[in-house]
Design a binder for this molecule. Structure first.
Ligand SMILES: C[S@@+](CC[C@H](N)C(=O)[O-])C[C@H]1O[C@@H](n2cnc3c(N)ncnc32)[C@H](O)[C@@H]1O
Length: 349
């Protein structure tokens, strides 16, 4: 990923390329006079697009004569470094930025003077290229750095704690569950043997060797070769990808946060306002799909019950029957987009 990440020629800083930018902001249906929250502000790509569309549609005469066309835009990120970069770039008259976990979106809205959101809420999950490409943040298996992986540096749990303190069973379980890694047991065993592990490259090497030398991996490789594809169809991503993903999810409690965020966000939306979510791996997408489906149900009675007695009502109208994915041009230009899935819904009154 790092070899295709563009570098800003002025600052020499690594840049994050927003994924499904037009599609996500189209689905937010940006209109002047409404409030929008970008719950994962990151490099500000989606935020800037929201601001641009508001500006394009705002008639200066209307704004001057009444305050009715006044829009409010809020950005949230749990990474203070990311936010301070954004504060330098985005004018504070146009966007209010908050350092918070998006699980606290309701409290953030209250601080901004809002009890509901009448425009929409966007979340573009995971980490940014800037975070991955800074070795000192500890997210990268390609560049050496400390085992950190915290999006919010004020939290105490780090990747080092998980790698060096957790039991073999707990490690194997998260690598299997959050990384969907079939060699989780041998990776966990080799991590325990190699302790203490201090850096990302040390960990990546242990994982790569565990995968390469595991009996199951050798058998699978042999099978592919005997099928005659010469290993062509072998997943070419780095062998540590899944383990790093698993540890990162555990450090940042990404799935627990996502569930709480989705519930809080839908509760905060006014009727007709929108929720747009971009995910980057199957665990996140499955959770968004299931929670959206649950919220779209207008009856929670047992399926065989002949008549509804539950008095429930649907909270969300799903407007993406299938998730939207990046087209081949976007994947070619930004490899990170290949695993992105976008789902959106409209709050029902
Ligand atoms: C993929 S980037 C977003 C990029 C952004 N949409 C853009 O176009 O520049 C994800 C960002 O979300 C932040 N993030 C991830 N989980 C979060 C959470 N639970 N609460 C707040 N921010 C979070 C990360 O720190 C990161 O900056």
């Amino acid at each position: 990923m790092s070899d295709i990440t563009p570098i800003n020629p002025d600052t020499q800083e690594l840049q994050h390329v927003s994924v499904l930018l037009a599609e996500a902001v189209d689905l937010l249906d940006v209109r002047p006079g409404r409030t929008y929250i970008d719950a994962t502000a990151g490099a500000g790509g989606h935020l800037s697009e929201i601001l641009k569309r508001l500006k394009e549609q705002t008639n200066p005469a209307v704004v001057e004569s009444t305050q009715s066309a006044q829009s409010q835009v809020i950005g949230i990120d749990r990474d203070e470094d990311t936010l301070s970069r954004l504060r330098n770039r985005l004018p504070k008259e146009q966007v209010q930025l908050f350092h918070a976990n998006f699980t606290d979106i309701k409290e953030v809205a209250q601080q901004a003077g809002l009890s509901t959101v009448n425009g929409g809420i966007l979340a573009d999950l995971g980490v940014s290229s800037m975070q991955i490409d800074q070795p000192e943040r500890g997210f990268s298996f390609n560049k050496d750095g400390p085992l950190d992986m915290r999006m919010d540096k004020s939290q105490s749990l780090t990747a080092w704690d998980i790698v060096n303190k957790w039991s073999e069973e707990d490690l194997a379980n998260i690598i299997f569950e959050y990384g969907e890694e079939r060699y989780s047991r041998s990776i966990a065993k080799n991590i325990i043997r190699a302790r203490p592990i201090e850096t990302t490259l040390q960990l990546a090497d242990i994982v790569a060797r565990s995968v390469r030398y595991s009996g199951a991996a050798r058998k699978a490789q042999h099978k592919r070769k005997s099928k005659g594809d010469g290993g062509k169809n072998f997943d070419s991503s780095h062998p540590a990808t899944r383990t790093f993903q698993a540890i990162r999810i555990a450090v940042n409690d990404e799935l627990g946060s996502l569930k709480k965020f989705l519930e809080e966000a839908v509760a905060l939306l006014e009727p007709d306002a929108r929720l747009v979510v971009i995910t980057f791996h199957s665990l996140e997408d499955r959770m968004v799909k299931q929670i959206f489906r649950q919220m779209a149900l207008s009856c929670h009675c047992p399926p065989r019950q002949p008549q509804c007695t539950c008095d429930a009502k649907a909270d969300l109208l799903i407007i993406t029957k299938k998730p939207i994915v990046a087209d081949s041009a976007e994947v070619l230009a930004n490899i990170r987009s290949r695993s992105a899935k976008l789902r959106a819904g409209i709050k029902i009154g």
